[in-house]
Design a protein. Structure first.
Length: 153
């Protein structure tokens, strides 16, 4: 069963680009924007990450911490962070534990071909780790994602 509004995010979120464990309790007292994206270095994912980077100060001033998640490796994440100067951690969910728990690992289709992949989704959790809002799929404005998050109250 996928996590949804009103659910508490799991304590163990995975491992970031540096091999450090990321825990929900690391963000107690802060709002968390946990965003799932398909792949490092792709146009839509880069636009989304750069929007969050550019709006990072405003997001933090609004009480948010940002954490990205994809099934890419720690090494891939570090290259992505270095290339675009991303100021937030990226979880390497290579075993697909988190994408499956959040229900974003789904069948997708491109040019008539079906495959499994990550559906772009952002979960906004409150200061207690409770999911309060979900922005999913085509509802995610990759180029203006920081502003989109800030517009949700």
């Amino acid at each position: 069963m996928a996590l949804q509004i009103g659910d508490k995010i799991p304590e163990d979120l995975g491992t970031d680009q540096n091999g450090c464990a990321v825990k929900a309790s690391d963000y107690t007292g802060k709002k968390l924007a946990l965003y799932f994206y398909p792949r490092d270095q792709t146009p839509g994912c880069t636009a989304q990450a750069c929007s969050l980077r550019d709006g990072y100060t405003d997001l933090r001033n609004a009480g948010y911490e940002i954490v990205g998640v994809s099934i890419d490796s720690m090494k891939s994440h570090q290259k992505f962070i270095d290339k675009y100067n991303l100021p937030f951690p990226l979880i390497a969910d290579t075993n697909k534990k988190l994408v499956e728990a959040f229900g974003v690992w789904q069948e997708k289709s491109m040019m008539g071909k079906k495959f499994m992949g990550t559906v772009r989704t952002t979960f906004l959790a409150d200061e207690h780790g409770i999911i309060r809002h979900v922005i999913k799929g085509k509802g995610v404005d990759t180029g203006n994602h920081a502003e989109q998050i800030l517009g949700i109250q």
